[in-house]
Design a protein around this ligand. Structure first.
Ligand code: PSU
Ligand code: MN
Length: 334
C-alpha cells in the first residue's frame, strides 16, 4: 500500500459505518473477506482466475460426490491454465478460495449450510453463520474480488408458472447488474426455459451458446429447443466478448456450453422424472428457495443417479472451457 492508499483505507474505516459500502470501496481489505494465498497471489500477479459457487456443493449434489466433484473441478481449472476460487461464507466470513478441508466441511454439511443468495448475505454474515453461495451471490463476491469468469453447472431461472408465483431466481437479476461472465450448461427444464431467456433479454444480459449451434442448451441435453441470441465457437471469441462487455456495460454475460453428446442424459427418463418431481413439489407445498434443491434431489433419486452422473460430467466440461476463456482473457488484458 502506498501512502495514498493507506489514507484512503483509514478514511473508509473512519467514515463508513456500513460494511457493504466498505466492501465496495476497498474490496479486498475488509476483515471479513478472506482470500486464500493461492487466489491472492493470482490476483496480484494478474493470473487468470475462475470463481466457483458453493450451493452446488451443499444443495446441488449428495455427499461424497459433491466433495469429489468440487476437488476435480478445481483441478481441471488448474490443468487448463487458471486458478480456481471457490466462494462460500464460513462462520460469517466471506471466503474466496477454499482449502480442501473447508470444501469437505461444506460438502458434509449439505443443506445445513445456509443457501445464501444476494438477499441472504447480510443476515448470514451478521449472524456469523456458514453459508453456501448461489450463482447470484457468487457473482457479486467474485466481482468485488476482481474475478471476471465464473463456472457452474446450471443457473436458476424463471420457474414454471412463474408468471403467477413470481418465482424468478435472483441469478437473473444479478446477471443484469454485475459484470461477471457465467459459464454454465444452460437451464434445466425444471424451469421455464423460454421465459428465462426472455427475462435475460429484459435484464440486458449477453447470452451466447458456445459452439457451432445457436440452440440454447437444456442442461442435460445439448439442445433445449429455444434459440440463443448468438453463438461463439472459440474461447478467444468468448474472451473478446467479456472484454468488450467490461468496457462498455455493467451487466453480466451468460456463456452456455452444451453438454457433450456422449454425456447427455437419457432425455426421456430425465424428462419424466422432472415432470413427476414438479408435481410432487406442488403437492407438498414446496416454495421459495427450497424449490430448486428439492427438484434436483428428486430428479436424481428418480433417475437412480443418472442425472447426477450427467451433472458431474457437464460441470467438468464447463470447468475446462471456463478456464480456457479466463486464460485467453488474461492474455488479452496483460
Ligand atoms: N441449478 C442446478 N444446480 C444448482 C443450482 C441450480 O442445476 O446447484 C443452484 C445454484 O446455486 C443456483 C441456485 O444459483 O440453485 C438457484 O436457486 P434459486 O432458484 O432458488 O434462485
Ligand atoms: Mn426462487
Amino acid at each position: 500500500m502506498n501512502a495514498q492508499e493507506i489514507m484512503k483505507f483509514f478514511s473508509i474505516l473512519h467514515f463508513e459505518k456500513s460494511s457493504w459500502r466498505y466492501y465496495n470501496t476497498s474490496k479486498r481489505k475488509h476483515k471479513d473477506f478472506e482470500i486464500s494465498p493461492e487466489v491472492a497471489e493470482a490476483l496480484k500477479t494478474r493470473k487468470p482466475i475462475v470463481a466457483l459457487e458453493s450451493t452446488i456443493i451443499s444443495h446441488g449434489m449428495p455427499y461424497p460426490q459433491n466433495f469429489e466433484t468440487a476437488l476435480a473441478v478445481e483441478n481441471i481449472i488448474r490443468e487448463h491454465g487458471s486458478i480456481p476460487a471457490t466462494i462460500a461464507i464460513l462462520n460469517g466470513k466471506i471466503n474466496v478460495g477454499l482449502t480442501p478441508g473447508n470444501l469437505e466441511r461444506l460438502a458434509k454439511m449439505g443443506p445445513q449450510a445456509i443457501k445464501t443468495s444476494r438477499r441472504d448475505l447480510a443476515f448470514v454474515l451478521s449472524q456469523g453463520m456458514t453459508g453456501a453461495t448461489t450463482v447470484a451471490s457468487t457473482m457479486l463476491i467474485a466481482h468485488m474480488a476482481g474475478i471476471k469468469v465464473f463456472v457452474t453447472g446450471g443457473i436458476g431461472g424463471v420457474h414454471r408458472d412463474g408468471e403467477n408465483t413470481m418465482d424468478v431466481s435472483a441469478d437473473l437479476t444479478e446477471l443484469g447488474r454485475t459484470p461477471v461472465a457465467v459459464v454454465c450448461a444452460g437451464v434445466k427444464s425444471i424451469l421455464d426455459i423460454e421465459k428465462t431467456l426472455e427475462y435475460l433479454e429484459t435484464q440486458g444480459v449477453a447470452v451466447v451458446t458456445f459452439g457451432e449451434t445457436k440452440d440454447f442448451p437444456g442442461f442435460f441435453t445439448s439442445k433445449s429447443g429455444f434459440k440463443s441470441p448468438s453463438n461463439l465457437s472459440s474461447t478467444l471469441d468468448c474472451a473478446k466478448l467479456i472484454r468488450n462487455n467490461k468496457h462498455d456495460l455493467n451487466s453480466g454475460i451468460l456463456i452456455a456450453v452444451p453438454v457433450p453428446e456422449n454425456e447427455a442424459a437419457e432425455s426421456q427418463r430425465i424428462q419424466s422424472a422432472i415432470e413427476e418431481s414438479l408435481k410432487g413439489a406442488i403437492d407438498k407445498g414446496i416454495r421459495g428457495k427450497e424449490v430448486t434443491p428439492y427438484l434436483l434431489k428428486k430428479v436424481n433419486e428418480m433417475t437412480q443417479g443418472g442425472s447426477l452422473k450427467s451433472n458431474i460430467s457437464l460441470i467438468k466440461n464447463n470447468a475446462k472451457i471456463g478456464s480456457q476463456i479466463a486464460e485467453r482473457l488474461s492474455y488479452l488484458e496483460n
